[in-house]
Design a protein around this ligand. Structure first.
Ligand code: AMP
Length: 198
């Protein structure tokens, strides 16, 4: 199973990604988590990545693509994977496409977790307080929403055109969203089993 999960920052991608990964027995790989884990490293690359994250911008495609290629080459990705927060730009979409072609496995589905902007900003401000995430100040939260809308949301159309997009409403209790998600993934995998599609 090879999946992507996309959606605005704060839509709940990370939480759902872990549930989906456990369900299918595949690693849930978050580029945001990989970059956050670099914060404690004392290297020029780690300092660069940390500064970019704190500004609310995107890490360069070159660095991001290299980090993802390394991660996908690990043995646990053999049965599949779920990428959370990647790709976020068109060059990343193309790089992933090439990597998948090289592996001989296409994507199975691209989940789009939708959420209202005011709601996600509220969620992120709460998370910044409880988790102490320094990349989550109000100014960076707003900037990250804007960058997502400008640079990443348009990519959903690429996957819609390819017939891969599975759209799910991300608002509501976590378990309810998970149920919606699995129902939508099942319907995508076997459309004829959905009553309304008959
Ligand atoms: P996230 O936790 O997915 O919201 O990511 C947190 C931050 O990590 C983002 O605001 C970016 O600075 C950086 N980041 C994560 N994934 C990517 C990506 N695919 N491309 C560029 N920057 C990324």
């Amino acid at each position: 199973m090879r999946l992507l999960i996309m959606g605005p920052p704060g839509a709940g991608k990370g939480t759902q990604a872990k549930t989906i990964g456990a369900h299918y027995g595949i690693p849930a790989i978050s580029t945001g988590d990989i970059f956050r884990s670099m914060k404690t490293a004392d290297t020029p690359l780690a300092h660069k990545v940390t500064a970019i994250m704190e500004s609310g911008g995107y890490v360069s495609d070159e660095i991001t693509n290299e980090i993802v290629a390394d991660r996908l080459a690990q043995d646990d990705c053999e049965p599949g994977f779920l990428l959370d927060g990647y790709p976020r730009t068109l060059p990343q979409v193309h790089t992933l496409e090439e990597a998948l072609a090289g592996m001989g496995h296409p994507l199975d589905a691209v989940i789009s977790l939708a959420a209202d902007e005011d709601e996600v900003v509220k969620r992120l401000l709460k998370r910044a307080e409880t988790d102490g995430r320094s990349d989550d100040t109000e100014a960076t939260i707003r900037k990250r929403q804007q960058i997502y809308a400008e640079q990443t949301a348009p990519l959903l159309e690429v996957y819609r055109r390819d017939g891969l997009l599975v759209e799910v409403d991300g608002l509501g209790p976590v378990e309810e969203v998970s149920q919606r998600l699995f129902a939508a993934l099942d319907a995508h995998a076997s459309p004829s089993s959905v009553p309304s599609a008959r």
